[in-house]
Design a protein around this ligand. Structure first.
Ligand SMILES: *Cc1c(COP(=O)(O)O)cnc(C)c1O
Length: 376
């Protein structure tokens, strides 16, 4: 068999097995506009799937800043930041992020994913221990795996279970405790103060992932290591970690996903800097995203949300799909999240609310949700 044929055969077989198990994924070209307006398959809908919590990806000021930066510095960074790709805006953004987080220093990465798979192996190795919330994002787990450390998962938000994981602490060198500030599929928050106290007690370092909190919630976070993304509330692209100065310095030499990859494109940096300025000067934007989530929950008869993410646990995967389809018929795009993305039996609808959603769309979607649930 030719290489070409062998590769095709391998991929076809893999795809049909996934298809049979309902795991095959597809892409849908999507054109996003302001206020959640979205066009796919020729139809106009209102999206409740965006992580663009503040609507900044469609903000004219942010887009203008991206255009300006591209004109000034070019379309690409040209090289790794360690060579000639350290476009001046990088350090300005790092200083701003550190100040906004109230931590000594920050380091930018190409994305949140790249930050997690770079930072964790840079500070933790095969003789060390990682204790991580079981619902942590795929890239936190990927970073943990890459480190070669012993990994123990603790029950979601269960500090006592996390404490048990440290029972064999003395068998290891360094130890890292990992959680998210706001969980992406559940929208709930971690008990950060108690986890930080546990880290103190266990001689471990607490690392938090603020992907879904930054810009939306004012979270009291005592963790010395705080990472996040610039692709959600910030509306652009990129990732970062904030922490002690020497650690941030060390990453320039040790984080492979920083050293061996090209710096962020100038347009992205321009957008990020402007978006951060807006987040700093307009804190009401984050409040509005949360307010919109609250309004929806209120109208839909759901418990008050802890963040801009509202999960509706349906249980059965097919029932979740049916609800999602019913909402789509009414012009509302809401993801049905099924296993294995979430644990078996917890298939759900996942609504995300942004500051940019119009109140009339929130009211109409809540009415459509109530009707679909009743008839389903
Ligand atoms: C989205 C997400 C990331 C990855 O960020 P990107 O910048 O999109 O790579 C990391 N952690 C969590 C919790 C996320 O939700």
């Amino acid at each position: 068999m030719s290489q070409q044929d062998a590769i095709e055969k391998f991929a076809r077989e893999k795809l049909s097995r996934m298809e049979a198990r309902g795991l095959r994924r597809v892409l849908t070209p999507t054109h996003r506009f302001a206020a959640g307006a979205t066009e796919r398959d020729g139809a106009r809908v209102i999206s409740f799937c965006d992580n663009d919590y503040l609507g900044l990806s469609q903000d004219a000021r942010v887009i203008e800043a991206a255009v300006h930066a591209a004109k000034q510095y070019g379309a690409g960074a040209g090289a790794s930041r360690l060579v000639v790709g350290d476009t001046p805006m990088n350090s300005a953004i790092e200083q701003k992020l550190a100040a906004m987080k109230g931590l000594p220093a920050a380091r930018l990465f190409g994305s949140g994913y790249l930050a997690n798979i770079g930072v964790i192996p840079a500070i933790i190795g095969p003789r060390d221990l990682i204790v991580i919330d079981e619902l942590s994002h795929a890239c936190l787990n990927a970073g943990a795996q890459l480190s070669g450390a012993k990994i123990i998962r603790f029950k979601h938000n269960d500090v006592d279970d996390a404490r048990q994981a440290f029972e064999a602490r003395k068998d290891y060198g360094r130890a890292l405790l990992i959680t998210e500030t706001v969980f992406s599929m559940d929208g709930d928050r971690a008990p950060l103060a108690r986890l930080n106290a546990l880290a103190d007690e266990a001689d471990a370092w607490l690392l938090t992932d603020d992907a879904h909190g930054f810009g939306v919630l004012k979270i009291e976070n005592p963790a010395p290591l705080q990472m996040g993304t610039l692709s959600k509330g910030v509306g652009a692209y990129g990732g970062y970690i904030c922490g002690p100065e020497p650690l941030i310095d060390l990453l320039i030499s040790r984080a492979r996903s920083l050293v061996y990859t090209t710096g962020l494109p100038p347009a992205v940096l321009g957008a990020v800097y402007r978006a951060l300025e807006i987040i700093e000067t307009e804190p009401a934007l984050g409040d509005q995203a949360l307010q919109n989530a609250r309004l929806f929950c209120d109208l839909a008869g759901l418990n008050a949300p802890e963040s801009a993410i509202v999960p509706v646990i349906v249980g059965d995967a097919e029932a979740a799909m049916a609800l999602s389809n019913a909402l789509l018929q009414e012009g509302f795009l809401v993801s049905a999240i099924r296993p294995p993305t979430v644990p078996a039996g917890t298939a759900r609808l996942r609504f995300t609310f942004t500051a940019a959603h119009h109140e009339r769309d929130i009211r109409a979607s809540a009415a459509a949700f109530r009707a679909a649930r009743q008839s389903g």
